[in-house]
Design a protein around this ligand. Structure first.
Ligand SMILES: Cc1ncc(COP(=O)(O)O)c(C=O)c1O
Length: 504
């Protein structure tokens, strides 16, 4: 007769051994991280091809599973925590962040109501308020933790929709004589605005992209003109619903003029959402107080502590001026949860579409206590110091030029030719892109990423491809940056004006 599968959990002594094994693995992984290739250079399907396609019928030992993580998973990763990873909005893996994640795992609660997890609920309220204080948002803003900023903006615009078209939660949008709602955001804003419009039945095309100025900030005059045009539309029936201003845009980290945008929103009774997913965290620095101007006039604001405030992914906070406005749209208590919702301080299931919720607040609490605001501020300042160094190096090398003003630790720059084109202005506003320009800058990034030695991203500004470095990893030192810069210079030199040549 075949052995019956064992019931219950791993015996405690064995679990303890496995945990030690895992802890050693984590520590070894971190110690050896900077020796690993930053990114694999495999073809799609390589990892799946090396793994059994059928689920295991019988239990497998942890040794073997951990061995496969080392052998197959680790080499197939882009290591976002590698000190030479400078792509996207680089984020950080930290000792305290990992401890916070590990401590969350055994608790494994569902924080849907206060009753189902009082500590998770109250800690969420606490850390959301800590973050509010750190970024100096007024007390009238209450918040809720979601996984991402995309989910945050979707909820914010759902409240905007409900306030502009009362009873939408009850009756929906169709079969009623409602206007065509419009949302305005800059041509630099994140695509999560369209995603929210798609989800909410407002329509992707009703997100109107407002041109940005020479520094990639929303052009307020253009916003005003677009709203006026829509209000005066001959077909009629267009209603400006909301404007989404960005503090720290995805490509260049530019900051929209929020106070002026807030004024337009007030005049037209529109919702103002501030997407500070990336930039918001910098408000913990006194020298960045300027970015918070106008926030108190917003209806909602999203910050992503998993981008700039050192919390491991995922952890995003949506703040709403008077959080009750959000609750009114999403509270719905089914009979089977009614007993759980009385006597509650707060039931987070009332503040969004999600019922089951992870205990995300614990990792934020662990890391914010471990670093302190001053510790985070010092690390953000170090990112800015490295940023300024890189900017100096770019300015000193006539083969390169900055492609956008540097506001936060994000640098967009271009290779402009081996000798730097004679007589051409060295600013970002130069005329029309050539195909070779785009190819070279894109190829430099691809070549470096394929080498596994560093990781950058590319973006397009005014139709021109540029290289982009985003700092965010606390392990990146000046030496790493120097190595990356040398690598960029060498790779560019190899490309040297000819889009098809690489300097291997
Ligand atoms: C400005 C901005 N807003 C929103 C988002 C979406 O963030 P999330 O991945 O948390 O949805 C991003 C992502 O990078 C972003 O840069």
């Amino acid at each position: 007769m075949q052995d019956q599968p064992q019931l219950g959990d791993t015996p405690p002594e064995i679990f303890r051994q496995q945990l030690h094994q895992l802890v050693d693995w984590i520590a070894d992984f971190r110690e050896g991280l900077d020796k690993l290739p930053v990114a694999p250079n495999d073809k799609p399907g390589t990892i799946r091809g090396a793994l059994p396609s059928e689920p295991p019928e019988n239990a497998e030992p942890f040794d073997k599973i951990l061995g496969d993580i080392n052998r197959l998973i680790v080499p197939g990763m882009v290591h976002w925590s590698h000190p030479m990873f400078l792509g996207y909005f680089g984020w950080t893996q930290t000792g305290p962040g990992i401890l916070g994640e590990i401590a969350t795992a055994p608790l494994n609660v569902n924080a849907m109501t206060w009753r189902t997890s009082p500590a998770a609920t109250e800690l969420e309220t606490l850390v959301v308020d800590w973050a509010r204080q750190m970024v100096r948002l007024p007390e009238k803003f209450g918040g809720v933790v979601y996984d991402t900023a995309s989910v945050g903006i979707m909820h914010a615009l759902a409240v905007a929709r409900e306030e502009a078209a009362p009873s939408t939660r009850k009756l929906g949008l169709t079969g009623r004589n409602l206007p065509r709602f419009r949302i305005y955001t800059s041509d630099q804003a994140h695509s999560s605005v369209e995603k929210a419009a798609i989800t909410l039945g407002l329509g992707e095309e009703n997100v109107q992209r407002v041109p940005s100025d020479s520094e990639f900030r929303m052009d307020v005059a253009a916003l005003r003109a677009m709203i006026e045009r829509d209000l005066a539309s001959r077909q009629g029936g267009i209603k400006p619903l909301a404007t989404v201003a960005t503090v720290g845009t995805t490509s260049t980290a530019s900051v929209d003029p929020v106070p002026e945008i807030a004024k337009i929103c007030r005049e037209n009774k529109m919702w103002l959402h501030v997407d500070a997913a990336y930039g918001g965290g910098f408000a913990i620095l006194p020298e960045y107080q300027w970015i918070t101007k106008g926030w108190s006039d917003a209806d909602s604001i999203v910050i992503n502590p998993h981008k700039t405030l050192f919390v491991p992914l995922d952890f995003s906070i949506l703040y709403v001026r008077d959080l009750e406005r959000l609750r009114r749209v999403f509270t719905l208590v089914p009979e089977y949860l009614r007993g759980d919702t009385i006597e509650a301080e707060k039931n987070y299931m009332d503040y969004g579409i999600q019922l089951g919720r992870r205990f995300r607040a614990l990792k934020a609490w662990v890391i914010w206590r471990s670093l302190g605001r001053a510790g985070m501020a010092a690390r953000l300042r170090e990112q800015m110091r490295l940023t300024n160094l890189l900017v100096d190096w770019i300015k000193a090398d006539k083969r390169f030029e900055l492609a956008a003003p540097v506001v936060m630790p994000v640098v967009c720059f271009r290779f402009i030719g081996r000798d730097g084109p004679p007589g051409r202005p060295r600013t970002s506003q130069r005329d029309v892109p050539t195909k070779a320009d785009a190819d070279i800058n894109s190829e430099i990034v691809e070549h470096i990423n394929a080498s596994g030695r560093a990781y950058l991203t590319q973006t397009k500004l005014r139709g021109r491809t540029v290289m982009r470095i985003g700092f965010g990893n606390i392990l990146t030192t000046e030496e790493h940056l120097r190595n990356v810069w040398e690598l960029i210079q060498k790779t560019a030199e190899g490309s040297g004006g000819s889009p098809n040549r690489h300097g291997d």
